[in-house]
Design a protein. Structure first.
Length: 415
């Protein structure tokens, strides 16, 4: 066993509702605490001095921290596209110069540019890229990262991406949660209708995802220029029949996607920048987690997800980075969450829940996102006596240590 501490504050993120607004007063704070770890799980949390006495007779390894430290659960980034090749720096420059999405696309940019570059890359090259980006996430306190395919857009190329994600997961202390986003857009080189493309994916790719154990999650981009609601419904119906979890890129530029997410009992509906009061009310009454992606809002210079309205209506809001080469190249979850909190007037508790316990719910994971007995020992540790300093610094304050499954995975002083 290991005993880690003492911490001036442990913020376990326990006892919080999955849905609705949260005040900072609802946060439990364990003062002068310690965390006892057995294997990859948390055994107990309590006063450090008490735990030292209890474990003095056992063969317990004590990791004593010098100075003031605060501990939070390891952060969870519930929506990323960090499996890709190439760069879209030219898109960024064109967009900021006033070019529209269609103008950029016609000039050779957009999602198809990344598809072209990703198809050219080997599985090994993609794996290296994922590992590099995931290590940066780890240094920022993120211990679980959802990773989508979606830049392959054929059975063979989507498989290549998902195998690359699987290989990267085996090379990293971080947990990668793979998602199949073969329905990202209709591939330009597909000789057939959009419906025929989706049929090919469901009939040829879906069974392989199960037999090869590559993912249990299916995503689709419901939007003008991608897939409209009536077209995607048979796709999701087939996915549900095969036992996949559903998640949806919804209401980014136009509405309609969140309605499909609710109809098919999706785990989450992500983006929602275009959601109106009608969509917000429907989401709040459902069990679908609303995942805000402030990185895309910053990257595109558009509205933020109406997180405040969703919470006040009784909905659940997770916050993810949407780290991708096009609209959200920053990939810094903590910075983006802090900025969203400022613009949407979210409490510290709501922001932190959005990247811990509610982010876990957005991935249908029950063993992380909070610090309690039986949960994974995923810890994000900051050199401060007051947890409020973390968001106050708007992402500029990084963890000094990150533990993953009871092992020290990142130490700022040794990097």
């Amino acid at each position: 066993m290991k005993l880690i501490g003492p911490f001036k504050q442990i913020i376990p993120m326990t006892g919080l509702p999955t849905k609705g607004a949260i005040t900072d007063n609802q946060l439990e704070i364990v003062a002068d605490g310690g965390i006892l770890v057995e294997g990859d799980r948390i055994k107990t949390i309590g006063k450090f001095d008490d735990l030292v006495k209890v474990t003095s007779l056992n063969d317990t390894e004590i990791h004593e921290l010098k100075g003031d430290h605060t501990c939070l659960p390891g952060f969870i980034d519930a929506h990323t596209h960090i499996c890709f090749s190439g760069s879209r720096a030219n898109d960024y420059a064109m967009r900021n110069s006033g070019k529209t999405y269609m103008e950029i696309s016609k000039a050779g940019g957009g999602i198809w540019d990344t598809v072209t570059q990703t198809r050219k890359a080997s599985k090994e090259t993609l794996t290296k890229g994922i590992v590099k980006r995931a290590k940066r996430h780890l240094a920022n306190g993120v211990t679980t990262i959802e990773v989508k395919s979606g830049y392959g857009l054929s059975v063979t190329e989507e498989l290549k991406m998902l195998y690359a994600i699987k290989d990267a997961d085996e090379l990293l202390p971080v947990d990668l949660v793979p998602t199949c986003l073969a329905a990202h857009m209709v591939p330009r080189d597909f000789e057939g209708s959009p419906a025929e493309y989706l049929e090919q994916i469901t009939s040829e790719l879906f069974p392989l995802l199960k037999t090869e154990k590559l993912t249990n999650r299916i995503d689709a981009f419901i939007e003008e220029g991608a897939f409209y609601p009536l077209l995607i419904e048979p796709y999701f119906k087939k996915a549900k029949e095969l036992g996949f979890d559903i998640t949806v890129h919804a209401d980014q530029f136009s509405t309609g996607g969140s309605e499909v997410a609710i109809k098919y009992n999706a785990i989450s509906a992500d983006h929602l920048e275009a959601s109106t009061d009608i969509e917000i009310q429907h989401l709040a009454k459902s069990n679908v987690i609303a995942t805000a992606l402030p990185g895309a809002s910053i990257g595109l210079g558009c509205n933020f997800t109406p997180a405040r309205k969703i919470l006040d209506a009784g909905g659940a809001v997770a916050i993810a980075s949407d780290h991708n080469p096009g609209s959200a190249p920053m990939g810094d979850l903590l910075t983006q969450a802090a900025i969203l909190g400022t613009f949407q007037k979210l409490s510290n508790a709501e922001v932190l829940a959005g990247i811990t316990t509610r982010a876990a719910a957005a991935l249908n994971l029950t063993d992380r996102g909070r610090l309690s007995s039986g949960c994974l020992a995923d810890l994000s540790i900051f050199h401060t006596a007051d947890y409020k300093e973390i968001l106050y610094n708007q992402g500029n304050f990084k963890p000094c240590m990150v533990w993953k499954k009871g092992a020290l995975a990142y130490n700022k002083h040794k990097h």
